[in-house]
Design a protein around this ligand. Structure first.
Ligand SMILES: [Zn+2]
Ligand SMILES: [Zn+2]
Length: 368
């Protein structure tokens, strides 16, 4: 029986007697037989759009940082992670980098090159010592307008956003609130790709805008719908031609605001009310005969109520005095005094206070 003591071992390839050994080979021979395939990429193209600042590395865009960050640091981090990503290694290693990237030169006209030196250290075999690999990567910076920016310049859009009132115009307040809402949303999308609103128009029809993508248009439309308790419908595939002549199939996202707007004066069950709030299912309204608030089914109100806002004559009054259930009122336009019922006056009004209201069919109403 042959016993191979540790002392008696030698490399099967070169005969080396000094260990350590792996698969009966010394470190040198083992590494020659099983070379570690580590290739550090020799060059990396980095394109930067001078308009939007988006960075593209080997064709794919990278926009996972906030634009306030230092560009030099961003380019450095992107390069490092791209180099490691392209270095196909299936064991754990440490990496170190050295580079000559300079913030002030990154956006220079023409092609600007920097160099990054990558050093990888690893100990893939516990029997053998540490392994070290160094590689140089040329980082080529190119200023190049991106597709999205050229689309924006050419007026490209995939969707139309429309906001309309149901059988009515939008109120000024609604116009303002919806415009603010769109503006606020677009702030969130400032750094997003291909996210823009073109030709926002506010006119007698309502609000109309061209929106870069269907996704963005739908997102904005849903937000407006929720905010206004409106209804959203989508019409598909209206073909339009963008400014550069390309034909695009656009969707139209239409939000219809409720028939009755907040502060509308409506007639419902032979009484006058002011609309206070409208949600998906209910209308909250104030009875102008006694200032009680009521939530009423929205469909019911929309079917039975009639809008009277357009027929009223705005008027101001002064509450002169109160006596029991009777108040004396003075109309501010002709100083005429008359009596009315206390419950018709908004609650908590004091003598001498001005009331805002209106005249409809020769009857006075007090709103606030
Ligand atoms: Zn050997
Ligand atoms: Zn761009």
């Amino acid at each position: 029986m042959i016993k191979i003591s540790l002392k008696g071992r030698f490399c099967a390839v070169c005969g080396e007697k000094e260990g350590p050994f792996l698969d009966n080979m010394c470190e040198n021979c083992y590494k020659k037989e099983n070379p570690l395939e580590i290739k550090i990429i020799p060059s990396l193209d980095i394109e930067i759009c001078p308009t939007c600042g988006t960075i593209f590395v080997s064709g794919a865009h990278i926009d996972t940082w906030s634009r306030e960050e230092n560009l030099e640091e961003i380019i450095r981090e992107i390069s490092k992670s791209k180099i490691l990503e392209k270095t196909n290694v299936d064991f754990s290693y440490n990496s170190e980098f050295e580079d000559d990237i300079e913030e002030s030169k990154i956006m220079n006209y023409g092609v600007k090159e920097f160099t990054m030196i990558t050093t990888l250290t690893a100990k893939p075999y516990k029997e053998f010592g540490e392994f070290r690999k160094e590689g140089k990567t040329r980082l080529k910076m190119v200023r190049q307008g991106c597709d999205d920016c050229s689309k924006y310049k050419s007026g490209y859009f995939e969707a139309i956003l429309q906001v309309r009132g149901e059988n009515r115009k939008l109120t000024e307040k609604e116009e303002e609130e919806i415009e603010n809402l769109i503006e606020k949303m677009m702030k969130q999308y400032e750094d997003a790709r291909l996210a823009y609103v073109l030709d926002l128009k506010v006119d007698n029809d309502g609000i109309t805008a061209n929106v870069s993508t269907k996704f963005l248009a739908e997102t904005i439309a849903r937000e407006i719908k929720n905010f206004t308790a409106g209804k959203l419908t989508v019409a598909y595939e209206h073909k339009t031609t963008s400014k550069d002549g390309a034909e695009v199939y656009t969707n139209t996202y239409l939000v219809r605001l409720p028939e009755f707007a907040v502060s509308d004066i409506i007639e419902y069950e032979n009484q006058l009310w002011q609309v206070k709030n409208v949600n998906e299912n209910q209308v909250k309204m104030e009875n102008l005969e006694n200032h009680n608030l009521k939530n009423i089914d929205r469909k019911r109100v929309e079917n039975r109520a009639k809008k009277r806002s357009d027929e009223i004559i705005l008027r101001e009054y002064m509450l002169v005095s109160k006596e029991n259930e009777t108040v004396t009122i003075m109309a501010m336009d002709n100083y005429e005094n008359f009596d009315d019922n206390l419950e018709r006056i908004p609650p908590k009004k004091k003598d001498g206070e001005i009331l805002k209201g209106f005249l409809l069919e020769e009857k006075n109403y007090y709103v606030e």
